[in-house]
Design a protein around this ligand. Sequence first.
Ligand SMILES: O=C(O)CCC(=O)C(=O)O
Ligand SMILES: [Fe+2]
Length: 313
Amino acid sequence: MGSQTVPKIPVVDFSKEDLKPGTEAWFSTSKQVCNALEEHGCFIVECKDVSSDLHNTIFDEAKQLFDLPLEVKKKNTSEYPFRGYVSDGSYYESLNIEDAASLESTENFTNLMWPDGNGRFCENAHKIASIMGRLNEMAIRMVFESYGVGKYSDTHIGSTDYLLRFSKYTKSEDSVVLPSHIDKSFSTILYQNHVNGLEVQLTDEEWTVYDPSSHSSFIYVAGDVFKAWSNNRIKPCRHRVLKNNNEERYSLGLFAFQKKEIRVPDELVDDEHPLKYKPFDHLDYLMTHLKHIYARRANVDYPIEAHCGIQNL
Ligand SMILES: O=C(O)CCC(=O)C(=O)O
Ligand SMILES: [Fe+2]
């Protein structure tokens, strides 16, 4: 009898020089991305885009951000759920920059937090968001092309709205500081300081710790909106944060949302894959999710199937 091993998160190398559409490297990397997302809903992205200086600076700045007085952090507000300043009152806090691809909204956020300005924060936050956005776009192009719907990539990318989330998990040992969930985004890219804690569920029973190999590693996780768009080909990634040490953990997440109606491409519907979802509006899904939480007064899941699923008999 072989011993049971915890499954590993697939690793995909995005740092190859010739990783350009149309090349052999692009084709084989696209296959790896698709396989990883279909099987596990996530993969580790290795690239060379982040220097160790940028890594250290961005997390120093994240610390300074959360060290600001509570009344300043509370100025970060939003009409949408889980945006603006969020805190559980003990272990978890997050601050969110909406429309994070735009330098102007990063400047607005910076000026809200530091009325006297903080050019360094603004520059680095925008730099890391741009790197994460580029990685997301590459992954989207790879999946769309692999499914034979590459012609939709530009429109999809052009109507993507990014949210950049800074999260802080304070000292706490052996506790789940962010409960198990599936993101309501299309996809999310996460980046962390040297403190592990993120776990992904690769099989029904086991959690695998994300343990990045370098300061230039990211993890890509599929949200349930990606699953719906793909007519159930992509598996959404269930994840949580469990702290098992007393160090402060900081992470950055770039969440991709769609501004246009989402519909399953006709090419992804056939006898083997009958249509599973009606067209829907991504932000409407978020708002309905919020109403659902308020109605139940609990952080209960509102799955995409409940929102726009079609029951095929
Ligand atoms: O901090 C992390 O690594 C995960 C954050 C996360 O899952 C979320 O904000 O949805
Ligand atoms: Fe998440």
